[in-house]
Design a protein around this ligand. Structure first.
Ligand SMILES: [Zn+2]
Length: 267
């Protein structure tokens, strides 16, 4: 189950996080890389804020791959998970295609009840070893979105496991069966993990030119959005509620915020 905060809640949370002072400016993120892997808990996690940045990067000729840890099968109240899985995977593949992402890996771990631990790290490390990215992007893994809006358990487990799995992937003696039996090589080339929408974001991406692509990518999740039952939900308005304040912090019209966690020391 995905249970994202509503637009109003999230905006209120962001406002609450900055109390009575203006939010600090964001630094444009490093774009000197060629391959990124996005690891998120649910179909739609990239589209609720990050897809416009992905569209920018694929437009620059970069390769971006998505990995969905669950298929979001518990996210539609009126639809049995066995049927919802297929619907949501198809929507995710289409939403990825819209922003130039041709590959979506589905790990098919259980939606709503993900547990941080060795097995989750193992699954994500295998994906990192297979795709060999320079940048790994995940979602906000902190307890809240800022203010008092609680984050969701799967997001927290996925982000924390991703941080660890990036290190695991570089060590041939961790999850060694992947190296010795599955034909994967260790991969220690990830320079940083970026957490989308983190309340501790210090960096950002100018998405002014690709904002509309991000809107289209979110609209591809129509069955999910219909299942939420939010009255008068408008993808463009929702995304603007996040992208315009972030853009202000970058000095542009629309932006996506990121927390940058360097891998290795001294980064
Ligand atoms: Zn989610």
């Amino acid at each position: 189950m995905t249970t994202h905060a509503s637009a109003a809640e999230r905006r209120a949370g962001q406002a609450g996080a900055v109390t009575d002072q203006l939010p600090p400016p964001l630094t444009p993120v490093d774009e000197d890389w060629a391959r990124a892997l996005c690891v998120v808990a649910h179909p739609d996690d990239m589209e609720f804020g990050g897809a416009a940045a992905v569209a920018r990067w694929t437009g620059q000729g970069k390769t971006v791959v998505y990995c969905m840890v669950t298929s979001g099968e518990a996210g539609i109240d009126g639809l049995d998970p066995e049927r919802a899985r297929a619907v949501r995977e198809a929507e995710q593949v289409e939403s990825a295609r819209i922003v130039g992402v041709p590959v979506v890996d589905f790990l098919r771990l259980p939606d709503g009840v993900l547990e941080y631990g060795v097995e989750l790290r193992r699954a994500i490390a295998g994906v990192v070893r297979r795709h060999r990215p320079e940048i790994v992007i995940t979602g906000n893994f902190h307890d809240t979105w800022g203010g008092r809006n609680l984050n969701q358990s799967d997001h927290i487990a996925t982000g924390r496991a991703t941080l660890d799995a990036v290190r695991d992937a570089g060590n041939r003696w961790v999850f060694r069966e992947q190296v010795e039996q599955d034909g994967l090589e260790p991969w220690g080339g990830v320079r940083a993990v970026w957490a989308l929408g983190s309340p501790l974001s210090t960096h950002g991406v100018d998405t002014t030119a690709t904002f509309a692509d991000g809107v289209e990518s979110l609209r591809a999740h129509q069955a999910y959005i219909d299942g939420l039952g939010w009255e008068n939900f408008d993808a463009e308005e929702f995304l603007e509620g996040m992208s315009r304040p972030t853009g202000n912090r970058l000095g542009v019209a629309h932006g996506v915020a990121l927390e940058v966690i360097p891998m290795g020391w001294g980064g």
